[in-house]
Design a protein around this ligand. Structure first.
Ligand SMILES: [Zn+2]
Length: 66
């Protein structure tokens, strides 16, 4: 299990693209890209990720957003 799989397993708290927090009413959508799973809040954010994945593939320091 790599760092990102652990991240997903630990229930990601923020959208990969827009950093919006996932709340009870807004669950994460996960999508695989080059063997890794990423979490998003919406199809729009997935589309943005797919436009320029390089911009988002680095492991996020999401905890900073708290
Ligand atoms: Zn988002």
């Amino acid at each position: 299990m790599n760092a990102y799989e652990r991240y997903i397993a630990a229930d990601p708290k923020h959208c990969r693209v827009c950093k919006a927090p996932f709340t009870a009413g807004k669950s994460a959508i996960t999508k695989e890209f080059t063997g890794e799973l990423y979490a998003f809040c919406s199809d729009a954010c997935i589309a943005e990720f797919e436009e320029d994945p390089e911009k988002y593939v680095q492991f996020p320091d999401d905890e900073v957003v708290e």
